[in-house]
Ligand binder design. Structure first.
Ligand SMILES: Nc1nc2c(c(=O)[nH]1)N[C@H]1C(S)=C(S)[C@@H](COP(=O)(O)O)O[C@H]1N2
Ligand SMILES: [Mo]
Length: 215
């Protein structure tokens, strides 16, 4: 389903989206395209490598590090969690932005509300299939519009876009939104992920053009 009505570039009104949808702050701006970005209406596929299709019978999402207790979800357990819906823009550091994505899944807050976070936790390291990883500050992860998404624009998330489940962190560049997500570790110290080790920014705010750490 192509939800073209969300791709006008105009800020959506609450009445334009399904009831209960969180409209990400970026999508509420009058000017929705961050500096140095260009709009695309297509949805490019971008990754460092695509894993084999994932059988949900083998799928698992785990949370470890500075939390007590650690958490883990298999597919039926994940599907039984309370759901959320987020309308958000998606900004790739290679300079394309796709506006008006309707994501559905389970909020990061919903999951981390089920454990106790050690006050020393300040960063997260997110790991995905094929050893890929990305890091971000914990306070940028615990926002109300960050979620583990299994649906996009009304359809199950396609494998090439990270299905069955990917992370979506709408307020940061899209490389923080790990496709084929497997685990999350809460940490006291920051630890560079796959592209961060190659010089990409440890935070990655598109409105500050935090593309590379040397900027
Ligand atoms: N596992 C994994 N997740 C990833 C990547 C990757 O290489 N591997 N690339 C990131 C980058 S740079 C972008 S722009 C988005 C692209 O998501 P898309 O292919 O669904 O457009 O995924 C992000 N998540
Ligand atoms: Mo990207």
């Amino acid at each position: 389903m192509a939800l073209d009505k969300y791709q006008t570039g105009e800020p959506p009104a609450a009445a334009d989206v399904p009831p209960g949808t969180i409209i990400s702050p970026d999508a509420q701006r009058a000017q929705r395209v961050p500096p140095g970005q260009s709009r695309t209406r297509k949805w490019p596929v971008l990754d460092a490598g695509e894993p084999q299709p994932i059988d949900v019978a083998q799928w698992r999402l785990t949370f470890s590090g500075l939390i007590d207790p650690a958490l883990g979800f298999d597919w039926p357990q994940f599907q039984a969690l309370p759901r959320t819906r987020v309308l958000a823009d998606f900004h790739c550091v290679t300079r394309w932005s796709r506006l008006g994505n309707l994501w559905e899944g389970v909020a990061v807050r919903e999951i981390l509300g089920r454990t106790r976070i050690d006050p020393a936790a300040r960063f997260v390291l997110v790991r995905a299939e094929l050893g890929w990883s990305t890091n971000l500050p914990l306070d940028h992860f615990l926002v109300e519009d960050a979620l583990f998404a299994d649906r996009h624009d009304g359809a199950p998330l396609e494998h090439v876009h990270g299905g069955p489940v990917r992370l979506i962190v709408p307020r940061l560049y899209a490389w923080k939104s790990a496709k084929w997500v497997r685990s999350v570790e809460l940490r006291a110290e920051d630890s560079a992920g796959f592209w961060e080790q190659g010089g990409y920014h440890m935070r990655g705010d598109p409105w500050r053009e935090e593309r590379y750490d040397w900027q």
